[in-house]
Design a protein around this ligand. Structure first.
Ligand code: PEP
Length: 230
């Protein structure tokens, strides 16, 4: 199975998200059963988007971009894994933007992963080389079954810059992640992936798919990436 995961970040309100869905539906893509398409949405879009997805019968799976590291309780404003369990099957955790802007640590990410797994949501754990070992160690220290996670290698130099790294180098790091996680989980690459370069990444032996930021916002570009894999 190959994976195309979109990440809208803090873009698109409900109205815009439904227009995006109508646009991609109008393209009448042929979705391959060997490619799984997952879209990480802002919390506020998920319920309406799910409803419209089911109306249109499109094989897109929804995910969130974050979750609270706390269980249900007195934590004003937090969105818990228990709340998300009724809405999504996947959740992004540890994106470098959250590490940088919200000072998330590897331990906090591990707490999020634990709560997601307790609620049957698959965590999509983002990694970069400076903290890759530390993050994976924190998961093992928290007794997490890493075979129930996805991992994404996202070199910071490639995120949102239009400058992807060399696919062979990405494959090398994906191999290191595979080694550290006992070859048990899907491993993806993220960073300036486009319809023009996606096959050069997914044709690598250790790369099972891609995480796409910028080009997931434009339906024709995201469709081009899905098409390239089909
Ligand atoms: C991302 O932020 O996860 C990402 C991969 O972004 P972009 O595709 O814009 O580099």
């Amino acid at each position: 199975m190959k994976y195309v995961i979109g990440n809208w970040k803090s873009n698109q309100n409900i109205t815009e998200s439904l227009i995006w869905l109508d646009s991609i539906s109008a393209l009448r893509l042929k979705y391959s059963p060997d490619t799984s398409v997952i879209l990480c949405l802002p919390f506020t879009d998920i319920a309406a988007f799910n409803q419209h997805l089911s109306d249109l019968a499109l094989p897109i799976i929804t995910a969130s971009q974050n979750v609270s590291h706390l269980p249900p309780g007195k934590h004003t404003g937090e969105i818990t894994a228990n709340m998300l369990a009724e809405l999504v099957n996947y959740c992004l955790v540890g994106h470098s933007e959250r590490r940088h802007e919200f000072k998330e640590t590897s331990e906090v990410v591990a707490q999020k992963v634990r709560l997601l797994l307790e609620n049957s949501i698959t965590p999509i754990v983002c990694l970069d080389t400076p903290y890759m070992d530390e993050q994976i160690k924190a998961l093992f220290n928290a007794d997490i079954d890493v075979s129930r996670c996805f991992f994404v290698y996202e070199p910071i130099s490639a995120i949102g810059t239009g400058k992807p790294i060399d696919p062979v180098d990405a494959n090398h790091v994906a191999g290191q992640i595979a080694f550290l996680t006992d070859n048990s989980a899907p491993i993806l690459y993220g960073g300036s992936v486009s319809q023009d370069n996606v096959t050069s990444f997914v044709s690598q032996s250790k790369i099972d798919g891609v995480l796409v930021g910028t080009d997931s916002l434009e339906p024709t570009l995201f469709a081009g990436i899905i098409n390239s894999l089909s």
